[in-house]
Design a protein around this ligand. Sequence first.
Ligand SMILES: [Fe+2]
Length: 335
Amino acid sequence: MKALEVTASITLPDTRVAVVGDLHGNVGWAQVLARTLPSLAPDVTTMLQLGDWQMPPAETDEVFAETGIERIYVTLGNHDRWNEITPLLNRHPGAAVRVSKMTWLLPRPARLTIGGRRVLSVGGAASVDRESRIEGLTWWPDEAITDEHVAAAIAGGSADLMLTHESPAGTPVRPVQRILRTNPHGFPQSALDASASSRARVSEVWDAVRPELLMHGHLHVAGGGKTEDGRRVASFGRDTHEGNLGILDMKTLKVSAPSLAVIRGMADRWEDDYLERERRMKSVAESLHFGALDGKKPSPAATQDARDYVNGRRTLDELIEDVRRRHTRRPEDEA
Ligand SMILES: [Fe+2]
């Protein structure tokens, strides 16, 4: 990964943003989300991702190229490539680093302003499955949220919205409480202790900056809850599971999350529409350049003309005029 751009200040006018939970480098699932977003939220240009990102930077740009998404801010998780990320972030202390056309990795902590709302991001978490991983290869101690991260996050003052990978301790989200209570995967006590202290660190920040809403991933379960003092928490599901995608209204800080069935239905419809668009494009390209085709494939210019027509970017009259101009010499050229 290379730093293509760095910035210490992120201020966006967006009134709605997309929020995505753990992706674990699942490019196929990211494609499903990319096919959903144009119908679900065509106005949305910013994505906030809640860690365990692991997406290859160049493929990320390709996957989201046909959507309105222009920038993705990643609040890093535990299963992210810290061996590459730490040196990159350390070279630009306190700054967000852009690693692809649209992917930005956020430092710990990071402060952003979106739609006039103060946003705090604190990435990292403890891997409860670390005994099955190899240090330096599939697990890195840098994943941990440190006392320094906590102190710096608190020093920045209050926030309206907090983005983390880890859940806070004392979460009001029932499905998360259940997982923490029952340890369904049978993780060992040492890992559970590290995980509990990681949640305590998130809580320390959460209690100090008192955001209206905290959104996190990591537990791989979707759910929402509210504390007695009115702070809301939203836990996002992992890739291919319920609650992996939400649309956040920056004014109300309310999240609407389409069900898995809706996401899959929209993605399927996109595929049908895509095939129909391709069919129409081919026939338009052939009609526009009929005389010159002579059994050959339409030229790239003809394909572009057809795409513009099918997507409603140019009218047929404009295209015909353009084609006429391209294929007609002016008298002064003759001279
Ligand atoms: Fe995860």
